[in-house]
Ligand binder design. Structure first.
Ligand SMILES: [Fe+2]
Length: 135
């Protein structure tokens, strides 16, 4: 069973963004499998690298979207993104230093993402919908 199962309660209704959010959870599930299946630390390291790259790219796309519609809370939103990426990079450095990636790390990632999507991402989603209704 996957570490995290996607469901519609965290869908924004923006197909490209929802697809990217699903892909991030897929990366976390892949990381969980790599850790559990006794893959080499090189393989686990590659998944961590892939996860960080994907998340960074996704955050840039969200920020471009917010910028394109003059979303007023972009700075606050971007700070949340930056803090999460910083934490992921710390996890990566700890892993390279020999620390295991345990369930608490995966729990942190899933919990952060679900809270962020349901709270902060819904903020720009509502704003975009309101702007569309005004037209
Ligand atoms: Fe976001």
């Amino acid at each position: 069973m996957a570490f995290f199962e996607w469901d519609d309660s965290i869908a924004l209704g923006i197909p490209t963004i929802d697809q990217q959010h699903k892909a991030i959870f897929d990366w976390i599930n892949t990381l969980n499998e790599a850790i559990k299946s006794d893959d080499s630390s090189e393989a686990v390291g590659e998944v961590i690298w892939g996860l960080i790259s994907y998340v960074t790219e996704h955050f840039s796309e969200e920020e471009r979207l917010m910028l394109s519609c003059n979303y007023p809370d972009l700075i606050v939103h971007r700070t949340e993104h930056d803090n999460f990426v910083s934490r992921l990079r710390e996890i990566q450095v700890e892993f390279i230093g020999g620390q295991e990636v345990g369930a608490s790390v995966l729990d942190f990632m899933v919990h952060w993402l679900v809270c962020h999507i349901k709270g902060t991402d819904q903020g720009y989603n509502r704003f975009i919908q309101q702007q569309a209704e005004k037209r």
